[in-house]
Design a binder for this molecule. Structure first.
Ligand code: SF4
Length: 213
């Protein structure tokens, strides 16, 4: 089975995933995607949405406002996403970094993956989510769902995040929309079928899966 057979199988089953806008210019929404990528660490998306709502109500969805915000006000806004002190600090450091490049547009154009990985609290999954979904760079995002599903399907497991990422980037056409869609489809499969206790009989990939129960 080829990686793209998995993509085709998932596209044939799930409706098109739209987690992102297809705008080709930068907009405050792209900064919000960066904030969401940081807040979603170790929590679910519902909690992130509550935190984003608080931030929006308190006018804290811009690098300028976060960098200047009162620490307690920012911590209180992000509290629903858990680890609120740590996340508030990460958002502040990230926002200060964006501002140090001049503006969000400058950041979007110039930032490198290495620079993002150098920021406190930004691991490869968060950095790559920002690069792909907010900045539209063709970088494949690897998460725990991706590893679980591809191990179960019978693909050779890799030891490191970078090896997993290279594997996908070498086997999936280099197109940011395909990368976005593929990752979104993987999350759908993990939520609906390939759960910790998998629901194999109804899974759209059951016919080709090594683990199938
Ligand atoms: S058949 Fe089962 S183990 Fe294989 S991908 Fe589907 S849910 Fe996961």
């Amino acid at each position: 089975m080829h990686v793209m057979d998995v993509y085709d199988g998932l596209r044939g089953h799930f409706s098109r995933q739209v987690w992102w806008t297809k705008r080709h210019f930068f907009h405050p929404r792209e900064f919000e995607i960066c904030v969401g990528a940081i807040l979603t660490q170790n929590t679910n998306w519902k909690n992130v949405e509550k935190a984003l709502e608080n931030m929006s109500e308190r006018k804290l969805i811009s690098p300028e406002s976060i960098a200047k915000a009162d620490v307690k006000k920012l911590e209180d806004a992000v509290r629903p996403s858990g680890f609120y002190r740590q996340k508030a600090e990460r958002l502040r450091l990230f926002s200060e970094f964006v501002m140090s490049l001049g503006s969000f547009d400058e950041f979007a154009e110039k930032v490198t993956r290495e620079q993002l990985l150098g920021l406190k609290g930004l691991g490869p999954e968060t950095a790559d989510s920002i690069l792909l979904y907010a900045l539209g760079r063709p970088v494949f995002v690897i998460d725990a769902y991706t590893k679980r599903i591809f191990r179960r399907l019978g693909f050779r497991p890799f030891n490191s995040y970078e090896d997993w990422r290279n594997f996908f980037e070498q086997n999936v056409p280099r197109d940011r929309y395909v990368y976005m869609e593929f990752h979104a489809l993987i999350v759908e499969l993990a939520k609906h079928f390939c759960r910790p206790k998998p629901l194999c009989p109804d899974c759209p990939l059951a016919g080709d899966c090594a683990k199938k129960i």
